[in-house]
Design a protein around this ligand. Structure first.
Ligand code: C2E
Ligand code: CA
Ligand code: CA
Ligand code: CA
Length: 278
């Protein structure tokens, strides 16, 4: 016991104490910010390149902070995942996405919303009931939602977590594997846990025109998706030349700055209208 105590002391050093304190500050600031309505969802459209229709959009969280201004998710989501406030954020995101879905439908826009989910949101056995209740309270059809998760969710076989996924699929929620290609590449999970979409990570698309190996991998992922009946979405398309290569590989869906940056709900609705008007 003494030895363990000494080891603990060795590992839990001053730097870690400061980090823990910092995390706690961010944690309570997140909870305060949620209460004060400081968060907002931006949307980035996903284009079907065959029909030229915007069929989906991805919700991306922004924090309009009173002191710090616009705060991007990469600077608080990882902390929220460690402190647990990701559950509060995730529930807020789904709630807001449901409200925004009603606005899309009222504006006559037929669309699916894709929301990002962290692995740690699936730890709670209440996750399914909570999310199902959010759909119901807002009177929106769960078929209109896609949950973006990362491969790491499938890595440790956890039956409680998997039953959350199965239950959501049963009520029509679709699943996308985000950042595909950057994870563990133990693709056998695709056999046991069917998913609807693979999103090729933007790092592959960014090097598509300059790196032969990345180009080959992108082609193979698209072929594999087709063979397995999984829709492939290419993320981070910034240039027409990248789109051209993706079309050649028969990739059906793209997302990225070439089409549009993430924008406020109001702007994305205008963009969708422009798109259908030709
Ligand atoms: P992600 O899910 O991979 O989202 C795509 C990110 O790439 C977004 O950054 C988006 O703005 C950016 N992006 C889109 N198109 C392009 C492009 O053509 N070029 C480049 N260079 N970047 C592009 P953002 O909005 O800063 O989000 C960062 C990450 O934060 C997301 O990565 C996601 O992992 C996480 N995140 C965002 N919103 C949520 C949320 O509501 N819940 C959770 N759990 N995570 C979220
Ligand atoms: Ca995503
Ligand atoms: Ca991604
Ligand atoms: Ca990511």
């Amino acid at each position: 016991a003494k030895r363990a105590g000494r080891n603990t002391h060795f590992f839990f050093n001053e730097g870690m104490r400061e980090e823990a304190e910092q995390h706690l500050l961010v944690h309570s600031d997140i909870l305060r910010g949620l209460n004060a309505n400081e968060f907002e969802l931006y949307y980035q459209p996903v284009l079907n390149v065959n029909t030229n229709k915007i069929e989906k959009c991805e919700a991306l969280i922004r924090w309009n902070h009173p002191d710090k201004g616009r705060v991007m998710p990469d600077s608080f989501i990882p902390v929220a995942e460690r402190t647990g406030s990701i559950v509060n954020i995730g529930n807020w995101v789904l709630q807001q996405a449901c409200k925004d879905m009603r606005v899309f439908l009222e504006a006559d826009i037929d669309i699916k919303i894709s929301v990002n989910r962290s692995v740690s949101e699936f730890y709670s056995t209440k996750a399914y009931d909570t999310w199902k209740a959010i759909f119901k309270e807002n009177g929106v059809d769960s078929h209109r939602f896609v949950f973006e998760i990362t491969e790491s969710l499938f890595m440790e076989q956890n039956s409680a977590r998997m039953s959350v996924i199965t239950s959501l699929r049963d009520i029509g929620v679709q699943f996308a594997i985000d950042d595909f290609g950057t994870g563990y590449s133990a693709i056998n999970y695709l056999r046991n846990y069917p998913v609807d979409y693979l999103k090729i990570d933007k790092s592959f698309i960014q090097d598509l025109l300059i790196d032969e190996q990345d180009k080959t991998l992108v082609e193979v992922i698209i072929k594999m998706g087709r063979a397995l009946g999984i829709v492939v979405i290419a993320e981070g398309v910034e240039e027409l030349a990248q789109l051209e290569v993706l079309k050649q590989f028969e990739c059906d869906y793209i997302q990225g700055f070439w089409l549009s940056k993430p924008q406020s709900l109001h702007h994305i609705i205008a963009l969708c209208h422009e798109h259908t008007d030709g």
